[in-house]
Design a protein around this ligand. Structure first.
Ligand code: NAD
Length: 252
């Protein structure tokens, strides 16, 4: 039955940046589909834990600052000690820094590239080793509209998210024969802390909202269905795809 192919019963999902925003929405969605979740990150995850445990699922929290070299190796080590396997990896943690490109500092550039790109590659490589041993796995990277477009005043973010789309395709090609699906979700404009500055800017907010065919910003809950699809057997023949979840933004 097709419905059972969406089930994540018995699966373990490792998701970075699980404390709030899109990461929290996806963590809860994965748990609603039956997965137990390891949340990794730097901020308080108690709200996510409460929501997941209320569903009768387990939530394991691992403190990990993904801007630090060595964090990925340590995180996978800790996760495997706790639960022994990783079926699903969601590379969600990400940051944004805004400034005119001619003023954009090395510090901001390095900070964004470290969290949004370097840590994604390192963590995926480490989890990939385990998934290759297991003979199966689902990897979902969180891309962006700025994996396709340029944006304004966010050069490092745009470069990192274009790279995430490329990395998704590169790893998908390499690992498809090892039973691993690598795909990405490109959220549109979603109401979270990451976009607070945009929503507080009346002019930009009005422009963005008017350009979204659905006429409203997305929410973390809008990613539940797409992430469960890409994490489940239902998407077993989907490889290297960047799925826009954007209220129609890319079509307008
Ligand atoms: P958010 O700021 O609400 O949450 C970001 C999460 O990442 C938090 O849990 C934070 O603690 C974690 N994080 C940040 N730095 C970290 C570090 N060094 N180590 C570990 N964890 C760290 O942002 P969000 O909007 O929920 O964004 C989540 C992802 O979605 C990001 O990759 C972002 O680029 C992407 N995205 C967001 C939007 C949007 O409109 N909100 C659109 C497209 C893509």
């Amino acid at each position: 039955m097709v419905q059972t192919s969406f089930s994540l019963n018995g699966k373990i999902a490792l998701l970075t940046g699980a404390s709030r925003g899109l990461g929290q929405g996806m963590a809860v969605g994965l748990a609603e589909a039956g997965a137990d979740v390891i949340g990794a990150g730097i901020s308080d995850m108690s709200d996510t834990r409460r929501q997941i445990e209320a569903l009768g699922r387990s939530f394991y929290e691992i403190k990990a600052d993904l801007s630090q070299e060595g964090a990925a190796v340590q995180l996978v080590d800790d996760a495997l000690k706790k639960v022994g396997k990783i079926d699903i990896l969601v590379n969600n943690a990400g940051i944004i820094r805004r400034n005119e490109s001619e003023q954009f500092s090395d510090e901001d550039w390095d900070a964004v590239i470290n969290v949004n790109l370097n840590s994604v590659f390192r963590l995926t490589r480490e989890v990939g080793k385990q998934m290759i041993k297991q003979g199966s796995g689902k990897i979902i990277n969180i891309a962006s509209m700025l994996s396709f477009q340029g944006g304004l005043r966010v050069p490092a973010y745009t470069a990192s998210k274009h790279a995430v789309a490329g990395l998704t395709k590169s790893l998908a090609n390499e690992w498809v024969s090892k039973g691993i699906n690598v795909n990405a979700i490109a959220p549109g404009y979603m109401a979270t802390d990451n976009t607070e500055a945009l929503r507080n800017d009346e002019v930009r907010n009005a422009y963005i909202t008017s350009r979204i065919p659905k006429g409203e910003w997305g929410t973390p809950a809008d990613l539940k269905g797409p992430v469960v699809f890409l994490a489940s057997d239902a998407s077993s023949y989907v490889n290297g795809h960047v799925l826009c979840v954007d209220g129609g933004w890319m079509s307008s």
